[in-house]
Write a protein that binds this ligand. Structure first.
Ligand code: M6R
Length: 607
């Protein structure tokens, strides 16, 4: 989604901004632009990639103060004019904005009536004009931004470059902003990852915070006029290091990183002799775990699918009622919040606006939310205060892969931990944690011998639609496989619990329709086998993900892909891998941009 990168210091700003924007590319965007201040502000912006922007930025664009933006269109089409930065009428203020101004239509009407010519269709441009009017009324840059934002409703990560004062004023409300403190220079970004090449000293702005970048340093304050609690923290250098190595795409690299990232996630968190898990970040005693009446897990997309696996693990291992919720729906359904229950917000980026809103709603109503998050220091992690980092390392491809397996692993460890505090025996706990500790090696073994993925690609790549089926923990895996194939290869996909297929989706099946079935050798296998027969009777082509050695089931399939055997509830950690590969190779075969699929963004920071 939209990205922000700004610089103020002694170096040439333009190459730094272009490099910063390049580091934000993985978030997904459709246009880009920069504003550089020399004797005046010069704006260059265009639709397309940062490379397209680079090609129109003149080499002799001097200036050591600037702001840059990658835009993911919300209000107004993908056009050069709608790309950011946007300027005030006198050309002395440039702004870039992430988020949505909800009352922009009214503001645009009012500004037009006041004689201002708006040059774009965006919601963001109004901010430049509102600030300009406030400056015209004699307000300082900070107070001008304050007044402008008091007139707006919505979310913002905002940077305003003031030509006369030679400063950048930033404000955050619902859209992340991080200040980077360098030696005689400062940076602003929507993503700490873009800063880590320059500095590890950062200030995460909170909602309602403002920051002023000037030649004398960085000052923070509050939008309402008070002082801010924001302080300098040190970020982990490794977050900036993600590159493709020897892989042609980030997605493939991240699929192959799963054994190692899983080891990072479970390391130090398994108590083998007690058959227990230990997630210190939750800070819950066995007594507290015993008292939890029910658990709710919230997430979007892939994180939601991890929640759906997690809730089954919690119910199975701890016998505590658990439900998974679509985070974007949660807040608006006026949920009943139980202050004694436990809520988990699950997110790779930790910035997903839908999930963050759900967290705030739960907290407002007195509930306790823990994060299950990848990005350290992200908004959701900080909002929750407590939780589990999944330690996947940077995930750059828009399609989430290694975060899914680590979310499932972390939630399984929690299930064991709460289970052991309640009714799960040492022996049962041991079985699960021992099986979990073997998964990284098993994924490695599978990746070394992936089975007939290319045949599966041939079966789905020209299909009008693909149906994914699974039961029990394989039902969310089916949904995850469908989501992956849909977002990477743009093939319409449908996922159903296998037993539900005969209640509707079966109508889609005709000669040759590809059906992907996830069926490890668990208690659901026999029933799934019956559903496979029902599909075959209608001419469907079965692509089966099954357990090694289950030849009887494999013989029923047109294409059979075997994964190593594991404990039932852990099977998603293995069965998902061939589905990730299927999506990747199908996307590639169809000539799609697998790392940056169209219309999608890596962190979805608007609701
Ligand atoms: O950063 P999050 O885990 O909160 O992101 C949630 C979804 O936006 C994300 O999983 C999305 O569905 C991915 N594109 C799936 O591959």
């Amino acid at each position: 989604m939209c990205g922000i990168f700004g610089y103020l210091g002694g170096r040439a700003a333009s190459p730094l901004l272009l490099e910063g924007l390049r580091r934000l590319e993985y978030r997904g965007y459709d246009s880009a632009g920069i504003a550089i201040l020399n004797s005046k502000i010069t704006v260059n912006k265009c639709i397309g990639r940062v490379a397209d922007l680079e090609s129109i930025v003149p080499a002799e664009l001097h200036g050591s103060i600037g702001i840059g933006h990658t835009r993911w269109a919300t209000h107004g089409g993908v056009t050069d004019a709608n790309a950011h930065p946007h300027m005030s009428e006198d050309g002395k203020i440039a702004i870039i904005h992430n988020g949505i101004i909800e009352n922009s239509r009214a503001l645009r009407r009012w500004l037009t009536a006041e004689g201002i010519l708006l040059k774009s269709e965006t919601d963001s441009e109004v901010i430049a004009h509102l600030i300009h009017r406030a400056v015209g009324d004699g307000l300082s840059p900070v107070n001008a931004v304050r007044r402008a934002l008091r007139h707006t409703r919505g979310t913002w990560g905002l940077c305003a470059l003031f030509a006369e004062e030679r400063i950048i004023v930033c404000a955050r409300n619902g859209s992340p902003l991080v200040v980077g403190i360098g030696d005689g220079e400062s940076f602003i970004s929507s993503d700490p990852q873009a800063l880590s090449a320059h500095t590890q000293q950062v200030i995460f702005l909170e909602d309602g915070d403002m920051a002023v970048l000037s030649p004398s340093g960085v000052e923070t304050c509050r939008l309402d006029g008070g002082s801010s609690d924001a302080s300098v923290t040190t970020i982990d250098e490794s977050w900036g290091e993600a590159d493709m190595g020897d892989f042609p795409h980030f997605m493939l690299k991240e699929i192959h990183e799963q054994p190692e990232s899983l080891r990072q996630c479970i390391s130090g968190r398994i108590l083998k002799s007690d058959g227990n898990g230990r997630l210190n970040g939750l800070d819950l005693t066995p007594k507290e775990l015993q008292r939890i009446p029910h658990i709710r897990l919230l997430g979007c997309g892939t994180a939601l699918h991890a929640c759906q696996v997690g809730r089954l693990a919690i119910e199975q291992l701890a016998r505590v009622p658990a439900l998974a919720h679509v985070a974007s729906e949660f807040r608006y359904n006026d949920p009943v919040i139980d202050s004694t229950a436990l809520y988990f917000a699950v997110s790779q980026s930790g910035e997903t606006a839908d999930t963050l809103s759900a967290v705030k709603e739960i907290q407002l109503k007195g509930g306790q939310v823990m994060g299950v998050i990848n990005v350290v220091g992200s908004s959701i992690a900080r909002q929750c205060g407590r939780g589990v980092y999944i330690h996947s390392g940077p995930e750059q491809a828009v399609a989430s892969t290694k975060a899914f397996t680590n979310m499932v692993a972390a939630l399984t460890l929690f299930s064991v931990q709460i289970g052991r505090a309640r009714t799960l025996s040492v022996a049962q706990g041991k079985k699960v944690v021992q099986a979990l500790s073997k998964i990284p090696d098993q994924i490695e073994r599978y990746l070394a011998n992936q089975g007939p993925i290319e045949e599966a690609v041939e079966a789905v790549k020209d299909a009008r639609h693909v149906l994914f089926l699974g039961r029990g923990p394989s039902a969310p895996v089916a949904r995850e496989g469908a989501l992956k194939l849909m977002e990477i290869a743009y093939i319409p996909c449908l996922a159903y619990p296998a037993g539900e297929m005969k209640h509707g989706p079966i109508a889609l099946l005709e000669e040759g329709s590809p059906v992907v079935v996830i069926a490890p050798k668990d208690k659901f296998r026999q029933k799934t086998l019956s559903n496979v027969q029902e599909c075959k009777a209608r001419g469907a082509k079965i692509i089966l993900i099954h357990e090694e050695g289950d030849d009887e089931f494999a013989e029923e399939a047109d294409i059979a892909i075997a994964v190593p055997k594991t404990n039932g509830i852990l099977s998603p950690l293995l069965t998902v891998i061939p589905l990730q590969l299927l999506a990747y190779h199908t996307g590639l075969a169809l000539g799609c941009d697998v790392d940056k699929p169209r219309n999608l963004a890596k962190s979805v920071t608007v609701e």
